[in-house]
Unconditional design. Structure first.
Length: 118
């Protein structure tokens, strides 16, 4: 099992920045795939950013809506995934979830709320 705990959400104004963190514990060797999703009220959960590691390389993908504004990174020593969110917009308001797994997103965190006021 892998446990994921998100933190860093909050209430900010449009144009501000936030950094979300996702601390992983447990069988962290099963986290070759990690990513961020979000769900706004009344909407389906959507992909934000993801990264896949292999023995030789890694591949990162972002949703078009966040490209150029959001950056994902990982601190392997701390088993922590980060999402740096810049130039936030009101439409970024959502609960943000961290997800991880070996080949697919098997494990999910409880989420952290991000609210962007205009």
């Amino acid at each position: 099992q892998v446990q994921l705990v998100e933190s860093g959400g909050g209430l900010v104004q449009a144009g501000d920045s936030l950094r979300l963190s996702c601390a992983a514990s447990g069988r962290t060797f099963s986290t070759a795939t990690m990513g961020w999703f979000r769900q706004a009220p009344g909407k389906e959960r959507e992909f934000v950013a993801g990264i896949i590691w292999s023995a030789t390389a890694s591949s990162t993908n972002y949703a078009d809506s966040v490209k150029g504004r959001f950056t994902m990174s990982r601190d392997n020593a701390k088993n922590t995934l980060y999402l740096q969110m810049n130039s936030l917009k009101p439409e970024d308001t959502a609960a943000y979830y961290c997800a991880a797994g070996l080949n697919k997103y098997t494990y999910w965190g409880q989420g952290t709320q991000v609210t962007v006021s205009s």
